[in-house]
Design a protein. Structure first.
Length: 242
């Protein structure tokens, strides 16, 4: 049984259909990418899965439990966490306290929350920033902080929304290695939205492509990037042949 099972979700905003009859499954420990042009509906799909939006149609199941319409905090407590495209740490408090906020999603014990936060910071090599104010971090460290906070919730699965956006190639390579390590060592399933195809191709076991809110392709990376519909709608010939 898939860990995440999205069944025919549709989300409308007035007369705009942002996501139309979208289905996707992610198995335990697997990494799946959701790609497509800007405005394709990727983040809307994430928001439906994570409980920020209630779908007009369709259902979402996580670990055998229907989570359609649950609040984000309820979804998180079941083991499904997410990051955001625009990182917004609590700038006036320390990096450690920021990550503890994530840990409090699963515990009310301050000692346990601190332990979970320290473990997450160590995993991402951010112990040296523990006492620093989050507002002073450079963008690469803010991206790591965002993922570390999600990791501190103790997830079975993580939704990563453009976690590599704005990073230099070397910084992106470091985050790629950390995401792969989360999957391999902690068994965390990953569903990622990403425009950087180097990230998508190096991490993903499967790719789904959205265009105008509808899934136009799904399969292994090497096949999907050669799909004519995907090339025409998103990649372009230059990106495939270069």
């Amino acid at each position: 049984m898939a860990l995440l099972d999205v069944q025919g979700i549709t989300k409308r905003f007035g007369g705009l259909v942002a996501v139309n009859d979208f289905s996707l499954s992610v198995d335990r420990g697997h990494i799946v990418a959701l790609i497509g042009p800007n405005g394709a509906g990727k983040t809307t799909a994430f928001n439906v899965i994570a409980g920020f939006y209630k779908p007009n149609d369709g259902k979402v199941f996580f670990d055998g439990v229907e989570i359609t319409g649950l609040r984000p905090d309820q979804v998180c407590k079941l083991g499904l966490s997410r990051t955001f495209q625009v990182v917004r740490p609590f700038g006036s408090i320390s990096v450690l306290d920021n990550v503890m906020v994530g840990a409090y999603a699963r515990t009310s014990d301050t000692r346990v929350a601190r332990e979970k936060a320290e473990e997450a910071l160590e995993f991402f090599g951010m112990q040296k920033f523990s006492g620093s104010t989050a507002s002073g971090l450079p963008i690469a460290s803010r991206k790591r902080l965002e993922i570390a906070r999600a990791l501190a919730t103790g997830p079975k699965m993580m939704l990563l929304d453009e976690a590599m956006a704005g990073l230099r190639p070397a910084e992106a390579d470091e985050v790629i290695a950390m995401v792969r390590k989360m999957s391999e060592e902690k068994g965390i399933a990953i569903l990622l939205v990403e425009h950087v195809m180097k990230v998508v191709m190096s991490l993903s076991e499967r790719i789904a492509v959205l265009h105008h809110g509808e899934k136009i392709a799904e399969g292994n990376p090497s096949d999907v990037v050669q799909d004519k519909q995907v090339i025409d709608a998103y990649l372009g010939e230059a990106n495939v042949t270069s």
